[in-house]
Design a protein around this ligand. Structure first.
Ligand code: ASP
Length: 323
């Protein structure tokens, strides 16, 4: 018998339609009755939280990751399925991925439709996630399973507000699929971002800003003056900004703020190829770090964890160097 823990944290998968709209009922607990049919698997359900995922802060994500680490060390379970709201699932899954050693199979899942809706996807997603948690695959890292697709936590994102096929890994695609007869992996990540083992302490003053035409300097200056320790900038294209934004970035760096550049494009790496004021070459010369092809929301969590550990800029640069 394989023991799989289903750790529930809230989200639409636990919600019901009330007169006022969808809500988690305080008495609700995860219904796994429809997935009891899996042979050779004992499913244990534990309610960890009951929150809509927009209420899940980085600190709560760190608690979930620490709880998963305790379970990983205990070796009590073959795998853990975490049920979570879809809105911030990719962030909690990534937080767990950078924190865990990788010896426990951890699969995040969710539902795009509540159990009051026609074509509810939650029970099937849990069933598929349990099957992935039981699959004997070495080192896939934390995975996310919805709509019978398996995605890497570092790459997956919610792409659609409503469709059950919302979760995708732009530029990379799924690692594999859950079919009726078996779990099929087609590729495995050859690396994953990971922190050295140790407690997950977060620096809360890390901002994420997204550039847009005319973005200017105000927001970055505001964060710098408010005492932020880190800023992740989702820049244009290959990692370029307006000269006014570049000046604000330089002021931030001069004040000791660590600035990391990602792109607001869905695919591709940031690279210093443009030498004009505000271009990638100029930004690197002014002291920014580049986060390659990582998504801004995930790099922000990574930076929170690095700064929380007291890591210096050079250490963080080294950790980003393979991107
Ligand atoms: N707003 C919900 C949440 O993230 C959406 C969901 O669970 O799918 O909690």
């Amino acid at each position: 018998m394989k023991k799989v823990l289903v750790l529930s944290t809230g989200g639409t998968i636990e919600m019901l339609q009330k007169k006022s709209g969808l809500a988690i009922s305080p008495s609700s607990s995860m219904d796994v009755s429809s997935i009891d049919t899996l042979p050779d698997v004992e499913i244990i359900v534990r309610k960890y939280l009951s929150l809509p995922s927009p209420h899940i802060t980085p600190e709560i994500m760190a608690d979930i990751a620490e709880e998963l680490r305790r379970i990983e060390v205990s070796r009590e379970f073959h795998g853990v399925v975490v049920t979570h709201g879809t809105d911030t699932l990719e962030e909690t899954a990534f937080m767990a991925d950078i924190h865990l050693e990788g010896t426990l199979s951890v699969v995040f899942t969710a539902a795009m439709r509540s159990s009051s809706e026609l074509g509810v996807d939650g029970p099937r997603n849990i069933r598929s996630a349990v099957r992935v948690a039981c699959a004997e695959i070495k080192n896939p890292g934390v995975t996310v399973v919805l709509n019978d697709e398996i995605h890497a936590a570092g790459r997956v994102t919610k792409t659609c507000t409503s469709n059950i096929s919302s979760f995708d890994s732009p530029g990379y695609g799924p690692l594999g699929f859950v079919d009726d007869d078996r779990v099929l992996y087609h590729r495995l990540p050859i690396w994953r971002m990971n922190l050295p083992q140790g407690p997950l302490v977060l620096e809360g003053r890390v901002g994420l800003v997204r550039t847009a035409a005319g973005f200017g300097h105000d927001v970055i200056d505001f964060l710098t003056n408010a005492g932020y320790r880190g800023i992740v900038v989702e820049a244009f294209g290959r990692g370029n900004v307006h000269p006014d934004t570049a000046d604000a970035v330089e002021r931030a760096i001069d004040s000791g703020v660590l600035v990391i550049i990602t792109s607001r494009c869905h695919e591709g790496r940031v690279l210093d190829i443009y030498a004009y004021p505000g271009g990638g070459v100029d930004l690197i010369n002014r002291g920014v770090l580049s986060a390659g092809d990582m998504a801004g929301n995930k790099i922000r969590l990574f930076l929170m964890a690095c700064l929380g550990r007291g890591m210096e800029k050079e250490q963080i640069r080294n950790m980003l160097s393979s991107l």
